[in-house]
Design a protein around this ligand. Structure first.
Ligand SMILES: Nc1nc2c(c(=O)[nH]1)N[C@H]1C(S)=C(S)[C@@H](COP(=O)(O)OP(=O)(O)OC[C@H]3O[C@@H](n4cnc5c(N)ncnc54)[C@H](O)[C@@H]3O)O[C@H]1N2
Ligand code: MOO
Ligand SMILES: [Mg+2]
Length: 414
């Protein structure tokens, strides 16, 4: 976070603003509603005229006008007069209440319309007063908020045809490894299809970034160095996958060195993703994620995602963490904190969690089932069903201010 960057602002059409982060605070530029209006279809009248109305004493009004929403009455309502008014129409001058159709009887006589009611109506009854929902100047949505359908409704309410949003961080993606095939290629002996790049592209989009895929690289130093050096020029952050460990063809450490990038860390006491490396070059963060699919996924969610949120001016950049009950035993002990790809589900008002599949760094199949990362603190014993564990809601777009997982011992450890 010491190396975070915050994005600049751009102005875009409201049509394109879904899920973007607001770059300005939305303040009510007019009251809502902007005029006194009727919540019902009925008659706008003077409450005073109903003072003596009762079952035995119906009061009759002459209907002088007929207005729908969007239209205004021509004349003020005078004693004994009623304006037939529809939901959403402005209350005519002189009227101070509305009688719903359901309590009114109407009749016509000599081409004149009349209405009678048999009960009193109080002053102000059935009127939505101007500004009763929001007064002018009220702060409605804070800068940094993600634009959801409700925020969009407010933007439209206040006439924001153009919306100021935070520019998305442009994040380069490069996959490394001579074993990688493109998606459309047939399998060949010893080769696998590149699944990490499309996965990272998708993770970047989910987090609100703008991915740029630069392709895959074979394990050749010069070629890889050049491609990475080139790519960095065009992005805010660069994510690579593979080649960060200690293998003979793991080229990233040497590439960082030749670039003169400052490696912030290259090992983390966690599983998977222990090889996750982050370097800084020219104020740009380079995320060296593992080649192993599950480790790559976890490395992105824990390290790249919050940096994206920070760039987007989100004051809650960290993935929301809740507590859930482990649904099955997890007997495998591990000295390191584990971020288990997991699935949460809700039952009887409680949250439960279980591993999404095989809990191995090299596994790809568990990821499709993953909507959360279950945090199992390091220790020498496994965990029993019923244990309450921290869970990062990677599928949720709500964040939190700090990264908080309890390193406390989980009860019901085996
Ligand atoms: N002697 C040691 N060996 C390893 C260590 C170690 O500490 N000492 N760490 C292991 C751990 S943990 C991990 S995780 C991996 C990390 O390896 P790299 O990040 O260097 O990744 P690669 O070696 O390039 O590939 C690992 C694995 O992932 C597959 N892969 C790579 N890219 C993709 C892709 N785009 N799509 C799908 N799969 C991909 C690759 O074929 C390998 O199977 O290192 C351990 N070794
Ligand atoms: O980085 Mo490795 O995934 O710890 O398995
Ligand atoms: Mg390797």
């Amino acid at each position: 976070m010491d190396y975070k960057k915050t994005g600049e602002m751009e102005s875009i059409s409201i049509d394109d603003c879904d899920d973007r982060k607001l770059a300005e605070t939305i303040i009510a530029t007019h009251p809502i509603p902007p005029f006194d209006k009727s919540p019902y279809d009925g008659f706008a009248i003077r409450s005073l005229d109903t003072a003596n109305a009762s079952q035995h004493n119906p009061v009759t009004f002459k209907v002088t006008e007929h207005i729908g929403a969007g239209h205004r009455a021509q004349n003020a309502v005078k004693a004994g007069e009623a304006v037939r008014i529809m939901t959403g129409a402005e209350i005519p001058y002189g009227a101070d209440c509305v009688a719903m159709f359901e309590i009114c009887q109407t009749y016509e006589q000599d081409s004149n319309h009349f209405m009678t009611i048999k009960r009193t109506i109080k002053p102000g009854q059935n009127i939505i007063i101007k500004g009763s929902e929001t007064s002018q100047g009220e702060i409605l949505v804070e800068k940094g908020t993600r634009i959801n359908p409700g925020v969009k409704a407010l933007l439209a309410t206040f006439g924001y045809a153009k919306v100021k949003v935070v520019k998305k961080p442009v994040i380069g993606v490069i996959a490394t490894g001579s074993e990688l095939l493109d998606i459309e290629q047939e399998l060949e002996p010893g080769k696998i299809r590149n699944s990490n790049a499309p996965m990272i592209v998708s993770q970047i989009k989910r987090a609100g970034g703008e991915p740029v895929y630069f392709g895959k690289l074979i394990d050749d130093f010069e070629q890889s160095f050049e491609a990475i050096e080139q790519a960095i020029q065009h992005v805010d952050f660069l994510v690579t996958t593979g080649g960060v460990s200690v293998g003979d063809f793991d080229l990233l450490p040497a590439i960082y060195e030749k670039l003169g990038a400052r490696v912030l860390f290259n090992k983390i006491g966690m599983r998977p993703g222990s090889v996750t490396t982050v370097a800084e070059w020219n104020s740009k963060l380079l995320f060296g994620l593992s080649g192993n699919p599950s480790a790559c996924y976890v490395g992105f969610e824990l390290f790249t995602r919050p940096i994206i949120q920070m760039f987007l001016h989100d004051n809650k950049p960290f993935t929301q963490t809740i507590q859930a009950t482990l649904e099955e035993d997890f007997p495998k002990p591990n000295p390191f904190t584990r971020f288990v790809r997991a699935k949460i589900n809700y039952r009887n008002g409680s949250v439960y969690v279980r591993p999404a599949g095989i809990d191995k760094s090299a596994v790809v199949t568990s990821l499709s089932n993953t909507n959360a990362l279950m945090v199992l603190p390091g220790g020498t014993r496994g965990f029993e069903a019923g244990a309450v564990v921290d869970v990062l809601l990677v599928d949720s777009l709500s964040g939190q201010e700090t990264f908080s997982i309890s390193h406390k011992k989980v009860k019901r450890q085996i």
